[in-house]
Write a protein that binds this ligand. Sequence first.
Ligand code: GLT
Ligand code: MN
Ligand code: MN
Length: 386
Amino acid sequence: MYQPQKSDMFTFGLWTVGNPGRDPFGDAVRGAISPERMVEKLAGLGAHGVNLHDNDLVPFDATPSERDAIVASFKQALDDHGLKVPMATTNLFTHPVFKEGAFTANDPEVRQFAIQKTMRAIDLGVELGAETYVFWGGREGSEVDAAKDLPGGYKLFRDALNFLLGYVRDQGYNLRFALEAKPNEPRGHLFLPTTGAMLGFIETLDHPEMCGVNPEVAHETMAGLNFPHAVAQAIDAGKLFHIDLNDQDMGRYDQDFRFGSVQIKNNFFLVKLLEDSGYAGPKHFDAHAYRTEDENGVWDFAYGCMRNYMILKEKVQRFNDDAEIQGILQDLNPASSGWDRISGGYSSDVAAAVNSQEFDVAAMARRGYQYENLDQLAIEIIMGVR
Ligand code: GLT
Ligand code: MN
Ligand code: MN
């Protein structure tokens, strides 16, 4: 019942299951796993697809013929195991050339190189079948604000994205951009730190209709925000193009833990939001196994992410089918012809009617809302006793 199927649309990055466990204080603890083996193992576990940065597959300094051989072998593995590449992205953060930024670097040569690298990575992603292209500005930010024209940084980011939107249109690619926010790490302060900030920025681009967001659990939580609320705003705006699932303790570094391992209640409401809204895109686990793990632990981690989602999805179904809970929710949200007049839009007649309306404010203020009862019922479902 909790066994993931390809139709569940679970995906992993090559950089996630391929994470060797390096951290700022310690070296890699696991050896490299070939992309072909990752494809085979993920397909066996029930995943739908695998995502990648250009350099997860093709090394930074590969020659064109080396690139073609690597891509051909990877495509063969995808075909052999029926796995898709729904999303691709560019690594604009590992190489030292990007230490001061990529699209927002002060050095215009670095910015042009970042554009060239991204155009080539877009070509690679499209060649592999990607329909979503993620932009995570890992080095776009600052520690030393004295060195940066801050509004100018936003203009540089916009100019780069507008140019790349033009490139995608010129090539006739079927590709949408998904912008991913993060408050900090690896820079002291990253530009566009939250999903809400991204949603505002998108409307300033040349083709906002081609751009949405890729919110990540860990990133919003690092900023002390409630992740389901951020995702809700993206859904409301029609901009939830992609999602990065993982888990995270509030107030910590970017932990990227197994989905469902930390904030069970928030995870439940996140799955409820995704399922109830009919989100049909990939559910990407941007997470990695603990540093304690060998390769077997990596596959335990990957299976656990998907299994936890499936379990929470079944809990959501229970919540939605629970007559007592649904009765309370109906009481809490009564239909109202009075409100319908307001949501139907402004008119001077309705304004006059609302102005002369009489309210029993004391009775309204005395009302109880049964939230203790409702929340306890939700908790009992999540804890498996209801
Ligand atoms: C990096 C980052 C992620 C982004 C990836 C896309 S790379 O691992 O921490 O949150 O989604 O560039
Ligand atoms: Mn992260
Ligand atoms: Mn991410």
